[in-house]
Design a protein around this ligand. Structure first.
Ligand code: LMR
Length: 333
């Protein structure tokens, strides 16, 4: 009798430790991210919450924390590993500090010409191999979510590499992105996303890069006079969970959540392009930021200056990984 009671108490304690609750208490998934609600990732997270809660009939509660309200860049990966948060969707440019530098292949300038090319990679062997590498870090990769192709911004017109000389440009924590800015003659500054608006406003940095959806929803158009349609690189996400939490879920719940994630992924990826097109139109309509369309010659000059970053990062990102991506996308250096 006593032994049975003790076993039940131990089981209950273990369940609460792993976040798996009793019949009455829902399993809580804290899903933290750094962008606004009104973005491809923000909407994708909210849609996942809806599907997950409906399909598990309330056995799972998903708490979405947008806009760095729970954890910000530089904190969230460790919080996930410690189990203080169960789910994140960091940009693919933020896995270097975790020690999985191969993710920076997605940051290589001009490596993808379209979402279609990108999807060949995320749904192919490279996408799977990268997720495999997360397991030893106590993390499971569930899905790749799109944002879009990046623009550059500053308070002076930026058309060709020479225009970037000496500009302090905020970047994410990716060495490839740092090399990209250096190749243009700029000075890269790694900074948490939550701090970018203020840094631009106060002149701590001169410019930045991001897809229009992030530019507009963070109100960067209020503090940047020029935006160049460079399309020089891609920004997307990996939706990741704490492995111990995920493996400890009741199998039927996990299956339902996998289904919800699959459908939320389709939704997020379907809306990504339109969200960015609409955001760019909104920037234009604001009249606060001049949008620069590069001429073919200016585009060619940017590409020529930036592709050197591929070779320079072969040892960091992996020669084989880069070759595999070239094969999928048809990119020719
Ligand atoms: C950033 O510039 O930090 C963004 O990529 C944030 C995000 O998650 O889209």
């Amino acid at each position: 009798m006593k032994v049975g009671f003790l076993l039940a108490a131990v089981a209950a304690a273990m369940m609460s430790l792993t976040g798996v609750a009793s019949a009455q208490q829902p399993i809580v998934i804290k899903f933290s991210h750094v962008v606004a609600v009104d973005t491809p990732k923000g909407k994708g997270a909210d849609y996942f919450k809806k599907l997950a809660e409906e399909r598990t009939k309330g056995r799972v509660k998903v708490e979405v924390y947008p806009n760095s309200s729970l954890f910000k860049d530089g904190e969230e990966m460790e919080a996930l590993q410690l189990g203080s948060v169960q789910m994140l969707a960091p940009s693919l440019a933020k896995f270097g500090p975790l020690g999985v530098r191969e993710f920076e292949v997605f940051d290589l300038p001009y490596i993808f010409d379209s979402y279609e090319e990108l999807h060949k990679v995320t749904s192919g062997p490279v996408g799977a191999a990268l997720f495999k590498k997360l397991e030893s870090k106590g993390i499971v990769g569930l899905a790749y979510w799109d944002n879009g192709f990046k623009v550059m911004s500053a308070n002076k017109p930026i058309r060709v590499p020479a225009d970037y000389k000496g500009l302090k440009m905020r970047i994410q924590s990716s060495k490839v992105l740092g090399d990209e800015i250096k190749a243009l003659g700029g000075i890269p500054q790694v900074m948490a996303f939550s701090e970018v608006y203020q840094a631009l406003q106060t002149g701590v940095v001169d410019g930045t890069e991001n897809p229009p959806s992030n530019f507009y929803t963070q109100k960067m158009h209020e503090v940047q006079k020029y935006l160049a349609l460079t399309d020089h690189g891609y920004l997307g996400y990996a939706v990741i969970v704490n492995k111990k939490f995920w493996d400890g879920l009741p199998p039927d719940v996990r299956t339902a959540l996998e289904g919800a994630m699959k459908d939320a992924t389709k939704y997020a990826n379907d809306i990504a392009k339109k969200e960015n097109d609409d955001a760019l139109a909104a920037v234009k309509a604001s009249g606060k930021t001049e949008i620069i369309t590069l001429t073919p010659d200016q585009k060619a000059a940017m590409k020529k200056a930036l592709v050197v970053v591929h070779k320079d990062n072969e040892s960091r990102v992996g020669k084989d990984t880069i070759a595999e991506v070239y094969k999928e996308t048809g990119f020719k250096p």
